[in-house]
Write a protein that binds this ligand. Structure first.
Ligand SMILES: NC(=O)C1=CN([C@@H]2O[C@H](COP(=O)(O)OP(=O)(O)OC[C@H]3O[C@@H](n4cnc5c(N)ncnc54)[C@H](OP(=O)(O)O)[C@@H]3O)[C@@H](O)[C@H]2O)C=CC1
Ligand SMILES: N[C@@H](CCC(=O)OP(=O)(O)O)C(=O)O
Length: 424
């Protein structure tokens, strides 16, 4: 779309215009078979490579502006592209092309007592709006996953990545169009005005689903404005509970990895719960402190190591995305479950224990999208789960939870075949 918004733009009308174009393109996409959609994504990958110079140049402008604005090193790292990273983005689009097409799969096939033949068949959701952080690879990943599953995408990326996103989007649209997919199958919102995010969230009947991927500010906006079904990909306040029957070495290794492998991702541990009866809690916190992590603890945690600072009430609900961790000492499984129920964001929570019965209770009772036993929360990732890719980690309670890939971007319908039945 060529619409250029200005001060007087009516964002509801703008979103409606984009949505109508996207829905028309989606109907074309829905008629394309597996091979045609895969070929279109390979064509989009080729266009990314063809335009790598201008994409990297656009990204350099974003990075220069971000540097001047004082973005953190972690944010700049997520923003930055070079030829090698761009090759990775193109290869990821090809990897999505190589995944098998979920559309048309028969989820179930039964015969009703009336003799009706009932097939539940997988279909695309339709037009999906995605609001995401300033990480340009998400533009290509999200577009590729949507198209592979037969959906149109309306993308709204983070403001710091605006030039990169526009360049990536232009290349993707060109490549898709060359392979017979209407360019409007993947559209990028032409404005960074946050009022337009509100219009996307309110576009019920035009946008079929919104995927918000971001932090607290976005959560509040979604809660206030959403009229469209939302598949929330929100913050990760992830816990690791070290139970009294945890293996000592395993506890330290998992805690270190869960916090320090990459501190800036949503699957990083933000809160450590040490069982009061776990004998070597001091070793776990010592290993984290020695690795350069700042620990903020309650009084009992502070007693384990003098380097632990006092935690404030806010710390239990804080997503640091940094080498900072809150630590509490809890009295047994029930206290750990209570703490997690109060403070988890529903992303990923883990227990370390050698007691199978305790592990099973944790798996059953923690109500998060991903619940783990004896593993690092950093495994919360579509690639690690064998899904090939991910839009992100869904933190809500709808049909797709945890890493969302192709299946999560589909719904189904019932196909009913009769032989002349009438209902008595
Ligand atoms: N669950 C998951 O899969 C993932 C979750 N995350 C989470 O994302 C967060 C990090 O991302 P961060 O860089 O902070 O991204 P933000 O949450 O600040 O921004 C994400 C997107 O939301 C928009 N946005 C934010 N607040 C508002 C608002 N009030 N109104 C309208 N639009 C808004 C931003 O727009 P604008 O450009 O205007 O700021 C941007 O497009 C962390 O909390 C992390 O856990 C990150 C990756 C994956
Ligand atoms: N789930 C993936 C990506 C996490 C992610 O997207 O993080 P972010 O850098 O906040 O956008 C992983 O574990 O690498």
């Amino acid at each position: 779309m060529s619409t250029q918004p200005d001060q007087t733009t009516n964002y509801a009308a703008l979103v409606a215009e984009f949505a109508r174009a996207g829905r028309a393109a989606q109907r074309v996409l829905a008629r394309m078979d597996d091979a045609a959609k895969a070929a279109a994504l390979c064509s989009a990958a080729a266009a990314l490579r063809r335009h790598s110079g201008s994409i990297v140049e656009a990204n350099a402008r974003d990075v220069a502006a971000g540097t001047a604005r004082g973005l953190s090193p972690a944010m700049l790292d997520r923003l930055r592209l070079d030829e090698e990273r761009l090759e990775g983005i193109a290869a990821a689009v090809e990897a999505v092309a190589a995944l098998s097409d979920p559309v048309g799969e028969h989820i179930s096939h039964t015969t009703a007592p009336s003799g009706l033949d009932l097939v539940r068949v997988r279909i695309p959701i339709g037009l999906i709006g995605i609001i995401y952080e300033s990480r340009p690879n998400v533009t290509a990943d999200a577009a590729a996953l949507c198209v592979r599953a037969g959906n149109a995408a309306l993308l709204r990326g983070g403001s710091e990545a605006v030039n990169s996103n526009r360049a990536i989007h232009a290349a993707l649209a060109e490549g898709l169009a060359e392979a017979g997919v209407p360019a409007e199958a993947v559209q990028l919102m032409p404005t960074q005005d946050r009022a337009a995010v509100g219009a996307m969230l309110r576009a019920a009947g035009l946008v079929d689903m919104i995927v918000p991927r971001g932090g607290k500010g976005l959560v509040e906006r979604v809660q206030n404005d959403a009229r469209v079904p939302v598949l929330a990909h929100l913050d990760g306040i992830c816990h690791t509970y070290i139970h009294s029957a945890a293996d000592r070495a395993m506890a330290s290794e998992i805690a270190l990895n869960a916090k320090m492998r990459r501190t800036g991702i949503c699957g990083a541990m933000e809160s450590l719960l040490l069982d009061a009866d776990f004998a070597t809690g001091g070793d776990v916190v010592g290993a984290l402190l020695d690795a350069g992590c700042e620990l903020r603890g309650d009084a009992r945690a502070q007693a384990l190591d003098e380097r632990i600072r006092p935690a404030s009430a806010n710390d239990w609900d804080c997503e640091y995305l940094d080498a900072i961790l809150s630590v509490a000492v809890v009295d047994g499984l029930d206290a750990a479950l209570d703490h997690i129920a109060r403070h988890s964001s529903g992303h990923t929570d883990a227990i370390v224990t050698g007691d199978e019965a305790v592990a099973e209770r944790f798996l059953a009772e923690v109500d998060s999208a991903i619940v783990m036993v004896n593993a690092s929360t950093q495994f919360a990732d579509g690639g690690e789960f064998g899904l090939g890719a991910e839009i992100g980690i869904a933190t809500g309670r709808l049909h797709a939870r945890g890493p969302v890939a192709l299946e999560g971007l589909t719904t189904y319908k019932w196909q009913v075949r009769g032989t002349g039945q009438t209902r008595p």
